[in-house]
Design a protein around this ligand. Structure first.
Ligand code: SAM
Length: 207
């Protein structure tokens, strides 16, 4: 099952090169809208960040574009063929297979689009991934998933109940959780995706 997903992304990379399509998005705008929903977890300038399922490191491009270049960027992906392009774009970055992360720690970890492909044990996969990423992060983890609040479900994709995702993170990861289901991943679409921020400490409020 996992091999099928890896082969799927290898084929997308071979056919589309450094593009949003190689990450299974319909457009760069749609890919960046996902990043725009995740990045507000914190001001990321000068932070050490982990991009889990990084593809060609487009998140780094996005953060530079909004004026929040991280001090250090680590990208992990099961499809290591993505790294040839990613290294050219982020020469100071570290790129490795997830199994090679060792005990590295970060300020924030990001997971965009990785939980969407249907695989055996989807729910265990996202829950275990979020827990293990959170354990490495001083600040927190931001991730997205497809929502069950849709009128059509693609049989090849995994849809999660936002309430269930919130409940798991709240009970099993951290008390400080944001669930946002307020954005359109594509202009003119329905809100078919949600994002969660899991914080180690409560974020400061401006009174
Ligand atoms: C939808 S793409 C998103 C890529 C990137 N996050 C972005 O938004 O441009 C999903 C990525 O997750 C990677 N991936 C899939 N399963 C993975 C796993 N178990 N561990 C790490 N990466 C994985 C794929 O190879 C692919 O690059």
């Amino acid at each position: 099952m996992t091999r099928r997903i890896e082969d799927h992304y290898r084929t997308l990379l071979r056919d589309h090169g450094d593009s949003a399509e190689a990450a299974q998005y319909s457009s760069r705008e749609s890919q960046y809208r996902r990043f725009a929903a995740l990045a507000p977890i914190a001001d990321l300038s000068g932070r050490q960040i982990l991009d889990f399922g990084c593809g060609t490191a487009s998140l780094h491009d996005y953060l530079v574009g909004i004026g929040q270049p991280p001090a250090h960027y680590t990208g992990v992906d099961v499809v290591t063929e993505f790294f040839d392009i990613a290294r050219q774009k982020v020469p100071g970055g570290v790129f490795c297979h997830p199994d090679a992360l060792g005990d590295a720690e970060f300020d924030y970890a990001f997971v965009s689009g990785v939980f969407n492909n249907r695989r055996k044990g989807n729910r265990a996969f996202w829950q275990e991934t979020v827990q293990s990423l959170f354990a490495r992060c001083r600040g927190g983890v931001a991730f997205n998933m497809m929502s069950t609040y849709v009128d059509f479900q693609d049989p090849g994709l995994f849809y999660e109940q936002p309430e269930r995702a919130f409940g798991f993170v709240k009970r099993a990861v951290t008390p400080y959780v944001v669930l946002r289901h307020d954005y359109l991943p594509k202009p003119g679409s329905v809100a078919f995706e949600f994002a969660i921020y899991a914080y180690r400490n409560p974020p400061e409020l401006t009174a």
